[in-house]
Design a protein around this ligand. Structure first.
Ligand code: NAP
Length: 303
């Protein structure tokens, strides 16, 4: 057991998966939880992944030695303010938000003296949300990035690291701004591009109604999966990781124009060289054990 009492604020995909994983691996003495809506609290009670579900965040964090903020990035500040007066001295507060700079700015000032704040982000998720979508294996062999500052207590960081490792994750530490730039490339901008592509298909009504769905091939289908991700979570990601997103989108647009030009001028060498380079990146991801090489991502046969 690593923590005696873990309090989960927000009971969606990430928090419920943490509860399942902590139980699987015996990492927490007791797990308490709360969510904004009575409906989510009721579902969590029914599923039973927490020992106690409370109506208020104040009751939930009482005597907890680890508090996990697992709400959308835009809600972190309000939640941190609400729990602050009820935190036990020596406790650690962490978060799982997809953006780090903005969360640190919003949460750190709320944390009372004697309580540690160790920001974090598990690089694991699905397009599903809510308490029913969690599962114990979500973090297995996935990365969790912790972004402590120079002032963060190393003992608190080490303890949180062992919790994530216990839940199956690999842990890295990173500067928050660097995290936000890296994630902008690997997650945030790809989501925006998927949203755009699905939006474009939807605009072309004459194909959408039947053909886009009926003939949905690997490329578009993968976009639709990503574009089904939670609208609140992703709205907050783009509102709070503004600078890095705009920087990467600027570069993306330049590359897109270069490809557009190569297509217009019939520059096959440019296209071939570009696609050869990107194929090597895919191989690197598979070799790093971060995806499967099975056809169609292991989802069975394509039609
Ligand atoms: P989720 O399944 O949608 O769950 C979000 C939880 O937060 C729900 O319990 C919800 O309560 C609560 N909530 C929503 N708005 C709130 C507000 N304004 N005030 C208080 N509580 C609020 O989300 P998730 O996927 O677990 O994501 C949680 C965090 O993890 C986010 O910060 C996200 O950026 C991060 N994250 C997500 C992924 C992913 O792929 N999904 C991956 C890594 C990190 P109700 O159910 O009662 O509305």
């Amino acid at each position: 057991m690593i923590y005696n009492r873990v309090a989960l604020i927000g009971l969606g995909l990430i928090a419920s998966s943490m509860a399942h994983a902590m139980r699987r691996d015996g990492l927490a003495g007791e797990i308490t939880g709360t969510a904004r809506s009575a409906e989510t609290r009721e579902i969590a009670r029914e599923l039973g992944f927490c020992d106690h579900i409370f109506e208020t965040a104040a009751e939930t964090v009482k005597d907890a030695d680890l508090i996990v903020l697992a709400v959308p990035v835009g809600a972190m500040e309000a939640v941190a303010k609400e729990i602050a007066p009820h935190l036990a001295p020596g406790a650690t507060v962490t978060d799982v938000g997809s953006v780090k700079g903005a969360v640190i700015e919003a949460v750190q000032p709320q944390i009372p003296e004697g309580v540690h704040f160790v920001p974090g982000h598990p690089l694991a998720g699905t397009e599903h949300s809510g308490p029913r979508s969690g599962f114990a294996e979500l973090f297995d062999n996935r990365w969790n990035i912790l972004t402590p500052t120079e002032d963060t207590d190393p003992v608190a960081v080490a303890k949180l690291r062992s919790l994530w490792e216990g839940m199956g994750a690999n842990v890295d530490e990173m500067d928050p701004d660097h995290h936000d730039l890296v994630l902008s490339v690997t997650s945030h901008c790809p989501h925006l591009i998927a949203y755009t592509m699905v939006g474009v298909a939807d605009d072309l009504r004459r194909v959408t109604d039947s053909e886009v769905i009926k003939y949905s091939a690997a490329g578009f289908r993968d976009f639709t999966r990503i574009a089904a991700s939670d609208p609140t979570m992703w709205r907050d990601v783009f509102l709070t990781n503004k600078d890095a997103t705009l920087e990467i989108l600027g570069r993306f647009t330049e590359e897109l124009f270069a490809l557009q030009r190569a297509i217009r001028t019939g520059d096959g060498d440019h296209l071939h060289a570009y696609f050869t380079r990107t194929r090597a990146i895919r191989r690197g991801i598979i070799e790093a054990g971060q995806d499967t090489d099975e056809p169609n991502f292991g989802r069975g046969k394509t039609r």
